[in-house]
Design a protein around this ligand. Structure first.
Ligand code: ZN
Ligand code: CU
Length: 487
């Protein structure tokens, strides 16, 4: 073979397939892996000694809200520092594109609050990604709530047939531009009145393209099982693959319910394509919503527009300061704001993380002043705390959940595996020390143990810092006609 640009020499390769690690050298030329094995005396323009370290595919963060982060902070340190090389954006029903209305409904995500970062078409968002050259690769989902904002004058009812047609045409434009699917957040105001029928009809636009449907389901608490059934039904009616987002059982009265939800998912998977992801924490995070504050054990404010001094404070403390208001009254008084909700049981989180088919998605919120630590810690936490320290799963299985498994489920061609011909998205880490450093008290901390991160053959992170390289690419949908070709 011809002389490669680079050889990662002497590491233990965990190739992302779920198979066992083996000692191997990895050769890279241009943006591709050109050889894996004992490369002996073969020389390269540069060599990196990986003795004592593990070499894996770059991690795929399947559930993110990095739509704006890709453009505003293209080095993306929160993700690069963890070994993430690809992010899937546009989740929970919210995307920056397509967005065609001049104003912003009250129920919109704070991600959309800057008009400079809203795009009338997905094509324009892709152009911005091409021009912005972020460090990471990105796959793009269209948010169903964004479609509703564009096409409906009243969000507090199901869409009419004419509105569904309009939403389908916007989704069509996005799929043709390269979006890989659509997300919903039926839990959220602005989408709650959407019926199963409405979503199934819109999602069926993706059938021919084999797009993905990702679901922040209607209810992750008391009606968890029914809500999973609804998402599965949407997938069957639309003829598309379903991904259940951030799978959990929320609220004390629902602790233990993943012992029922996981068997339900296993059963559904026998007759339809359905996957799910999880983040490894007992707290969730989203906007501060007065309607849900009482379900949490504890609520922590992550940002607050009107009263920035309330960020990083406990809601109960703020409630006392405001003269003994209830949690809900306090929330109403200080919104718009964001919050962390302690609503889960560790046994449920562990059960979902350990399930062989769960993928890992951070659900991190990059615009928060004091973000949930999942933004900086998710992937190393699974590798360190869940795999190594607690032995809940093998390192090979943990890596598979972050690489080969999601690449397959999301149709990311030639990603997620260390093998000849694949893109050179790679992570080199120390299996003995890898771990999350971000905490609820100090959430913006790069992980420990991540030695080097490469995207498309270029190193974006090493020695605890961004290198400045920005080799990421938008990963466009492989349509029926382009599937099977490189790209
Ligand atoms: Zn969500
Ligand atoms: Cu989300």
């Amino acid at each position: 073979m011809s002389r490669p640009d680079l050889i990662l020499r002497g590491g233990e390769v965990i190739d992302g397939s779920g198979g066992p690690r083996r000692r191997a050298d990895v050769a890279v030329t241009g943006d591709r892996i050109t050889a894996v094995g004992d490369l002996g005396a073969l020389g390269a323009d540069s060599e990196i000694d990986c003795t004592g370290l593990v070499v894996t595919p770059g991690f795929i963060d399947v559930h993110t809200h990095d739509d704006r982060y890709l453009l505003e902070e293209p080095l993306m340190p929160a993700k690069a520092s963890q070994g993430v090389t690809t992010v899937v954006v546009g989740n929970c029903g919210s995307s920056l594109a397509p967005y065609t209305r001049p104003d912003l409904p009250k129920t919109a995500s704070a991600m959309l609050d800057d008009p400079r970062w809203r795009f009338p078409t997905a094509g324009q968002y892709f152009e911005a990604l091409d021009a912005g050259r972020p460090a990471l690769n990105a796959a793009v989902l269209v948010g169903h709530r964004s479609l509703r904002f564009n096409c409906m004058d009243d969000l507090e009812r199901p869409a009419t047939a004419a509105e569904i047609t309009l939403m389908r045409s916007q989704l069509r434009e996005a799929l043709d531009a390269g979006a890989i699917g659509m997300s919903t957040g039926l839990f959220y105001p602005g989408a709650q009145k959407a019926t199963t029928e409405e979503v199934a009809e819109i999602a069926s636009e993706m059938r021919a393209d084999d797009g993905v449907y990702t679901a922040h389901i209607r209810d992750e608490g008391d009606r968890l099982l029914e809500s999973i059934e609804e998402a599965a039904e949407i997938g069957r009616r639309a003829g598309v693959q379903v991904i259940l987002s951030h799978h959990k059982a929320a609220g004390r009265t629902n602790f233990g319910k993943t012992a029922q939800s996981l068997p339900l998912i296993d059963k559904l998977r026998k007759s339809q394509r359905l996957g799910f992801d999880v983040y490894p924490y007992v707290a969730s995070s989203t906007a501060l919503l007065p309607g849900i504050v009482d379900r949490a054990e504890r609520v922590h404010i992550t940002w607050c527009k009107g009263r920035p001094e309330f960020a990083n404070r406990d809601l109960d403390e703020v409630a006392r300061e405001l003269g003994g208001l209830s949690r809900a009254e306090t929330a109403k008084a200080v919104i718009p704001a964001g919050a962390i909700y302690f609503t889960m049981d560790e046994a449920d989180v562990s059960r979902v993380v350990a399930h062989p088919q769960s993928m890992i998605g951070s659900d991190g919120i990059p615009w928060d002043a004091f973000p949930h630590p999942r933004l900086w810690g998710t992937f190393p936490r699974v590798l360190g705390r869940y795999a190594r320290d607690r032995g809940l799963l093998s390192l090979e299985s943990a890596v598979h959940k972050m690489t080969g498994l999601p690449a397959g489920e999301f149709g990311l061609k030639d990603r997620g595996l260390v093998r000849e011909g694949a893109f050179a998205d790679l992570v080199v880490f120390d299996a003995g020390t890898v771990g999350d450093s971000a905490t609820f008290e100090a959430p913006k901390q790069p992980a420990a143990g991540i030695a080097r991160v490469m995207v498309n053959g270029e190193t974006i992170w090493s020695d605890g810092a961004s290198t400045g390289a920005r080799p990421g690419r938008p990963l466009r949908l492989q349509t029926a006609t382009t599937r099977g070709t490189a790209g």
